[in-house]
Design a protein around this ligand. Sequence first.
Ligand code: GDP
Ligand code: IMO
Ligand code: MG
Length: 427
Amino acid sequence: MPATVIVGAQWGDEGKGKVVDLLAEKSDLVARYQGGNNAGHTIVAGDETYKLHLVPSGILYPGTLCVIGSGTVVDPAALVTEIDALERRGIALDGLRLSSNAHLIMPYHIALDGASEMRLGRFSIGTTRRGIGPCYQDKAARTGIRAQDLLDRKILVRKLEIALELKNEIMERIYGLPRMDAIEIADTLAPVAARLESFIADTSLIVDQALRAGQNVLLEGAQGTMLDVDHGTYPFVTSSNPIAGAACAGIGIGPTRISRVVGVSKAYTTRVGEGPFPTEVDDADGMRMLERGNEFGTTTGRQRRCGWIDLVALRYAARLSGFTELALTKLDVLSGFERVRICEAYRTREGDVLTDLPYHQSVFHGCTPVYRDLDGWDVDITECRELRNLPDAARNYVQTISDAVEVPITLIGTGQGRHQVIDTVEI
Ligand code: GDP
Ligand code: IMO
Ligand code: MG
C-alpha cells in the first residue's frame, strides 16, 4: 500500500492535525517529515483538546506507529515535556519512534533565533523563536547535533565543543549573550537522553517495513507551502520544505512509494508572523474570521492575520505538491457572511493581471487581489455531515474552489470536533 502525504496548502495552521487524525483512524503508521515544535497541530476529540508540536497526529489511536523523521528538528527537552504531558492524559507512547538522524535543537539555537529576530528589528521574520532556523543552519553547515549523539556522551560533548567554538563568539560578540558550556549542556541533556533512548530508531527502515507489509502510511507535513524555504514567500518562511516532495527526503523513502497527496486549506486564509499576504483583510470581515475561527496561534498564542481564500496561491500549492485531493477546513467559519470573496488573480502595480504567482518578490509585494464575489449563506452548518445538506451557496463556494484548483475536494471541515466533517467521497 503506497503512502499518503498530508500537506499544508497555505501559510500553516490549515487544520492538518485534524485531517491527519481523521485519516489516522485507518492508518498503521503516521510520520512527521520536517519542521519542529514551531508546529502546533490541534485535535479536538470529544471534550478533549490536544495540541501536538512534535508528536505525530496519529498518537491518539493506540497501536499506530508514530515516527518523527530525519527531516525534522527536535528540541529534546520539549519532546520529553510533550511525551510526559500526553502520558499523564492516558495516551500510550510506546508506538513513538524518533529518527536517529533527526537534528536536535540546542539551547544556543533558541538563544540565536531570538537574538537574530531582535537584531532584524522591523525586518524581523516573526519566527516562533523555537530555534528552528539556527538548527537547520547547523545541519547544512554540518555542525549539528543529532538524536543518535544523545547515546554517546563523549561524542556529544565533542560535537558541542566544536559547535560552541563559533557559537560562543557570535553569541558574546555580536549579540552580547552569555557564553554556553558543552559539559553543562551535556549534563542537562543526560536525563533527557535517558528518557528518549528507547524511542530512537532507524525510522526509514521502519517506514519501509510498513510499506512492504502493505500497511497504511501517512506522512504528516508541518507549516505550509507558502512557508517553504524554496518556494514560499522568502525570506518570510520557515527553514524547511513542507511541500510533498520533501516527505521522501525527510522520511527516507523513494518518491515511487507515494500515491496520494492531500492538500489542506482553510476555506479562507490565515498567516502568523511577517511577510506578504495579498488577500489579508483588516476590516470587519477579517475581525469576523478572527473571532469565529478563533484564530490565535497554537504554538505562540499570537493573533493570526486573516483574509479571503487565495486561488492563485492555492493553484501554486497544488502544482508544487501535486495534490490528488484537497481538504477544505473551517467552512463553518464563513457562515453568516452576506457575500464571500474568492481571489482569482492578482493585479500588479502596473495593472497587469496575473493568474500565476509572480516569480519576483517585489512584484508579489505589490500585488492586490482580483476578487470574484459569491453569495454567502446564513445557515449553521456545524451539524452538516453530507454534502447535499449544505446550503446551495456553500456548495457553490466549494465547487468553485475545486474547479479553479482542478483538484477534487474530498473532505470539508464544519467545526473543530473530530466528527464535524463532510466526507464527500469515502477516504
Ligand atoms: P494545523 O497546524 O494545520 O494542524 O492547524 P492548527 O491546529 O494550528 O489550527 C487549526 C485550528 O482550526 C485548530 O484550532 C483546529 O481545531 C481548528 N479546526 C480544524 N478544522 C476545523 C473546522 O473545520 N472548523 C472549525 N471551526 N475549526 C477547525
Ligand atoms: P503548523 O505546522 C503557522 C511561521 C512563523 C514565522 C515563520 C518562520 O502549525 O502549521 P520559524 O519559527 O519556523 O522559523 O518561523 O513561519 N510558522 C508557522 N506559521 N503554522 C506553523 O506550523 C508555523 N511554523 C512556523 O510564524 O512566520
Ligand atoms: Mg498549527
